[in-house]
Design a protein around this ligand. Structure first.
Ligand code: FES
Length: 127
């Protein structure tokens, strides 16, 4: 795997040479258009301004200089141009599962103590 630069509508991100461009753009928080994800619909079409890609077989119509991001894997640094502005989503930082365990344990202890006290009160009340 090689690290490359993917430039999209003037913005750069670090990419690789083993994933389709659509996946890499999404992982970077971009939301380009897509529908089928397998080269049929053409919704993910963009212009390849610089660089080379390996384009898998596709059924969608492509004009000269266009590629399908869902089925194109970059060979080296690439520059892409979409004819629309897509939105970006904020990437959430990954958290470990220890956070949920840290919340679960105190909740479990509180519930257990409350249940025990409730049971003892019921026993005392019946005596
Ligand atoms: S998403 Fe349909 S061709 Fe790429």
């Amino acid at each position: 795997m090689s690290r490359i630069t993917i430039t999209v509508n003037g913005q750069s991100l670090v990419g690789n040479t083993h994933q389709p461009l659509l996946e890499q753009l999404e992982q970077a928080g971009m939301q380009p258009e897509f529908q089928c994800r397998n080269g049929v619909c053409g919704a993910c079409r963009c212009r390849l301004d610089k660089g080379q890609v390996t384009q898998e077989d596709a059924m969608a119509y492509l004009a000269a200089g266009e590629i399908l991001t869902c089925s194109s894997v970059p060979k080296d640094d690439v520059s892409l141009a979409f004819d629309y502005q897509f939105s970006f989503i904020a990437k959430k930082p990954r958290t470990s599962d220890s956070g949920s365990a840290a919340l679960f344990l105190p909740a479990y202890v509180c519930f257990s103590l409350f249940s025990t006290e409730l049971l003892l009160n019921l026993i005392n009340w019946q005596i």
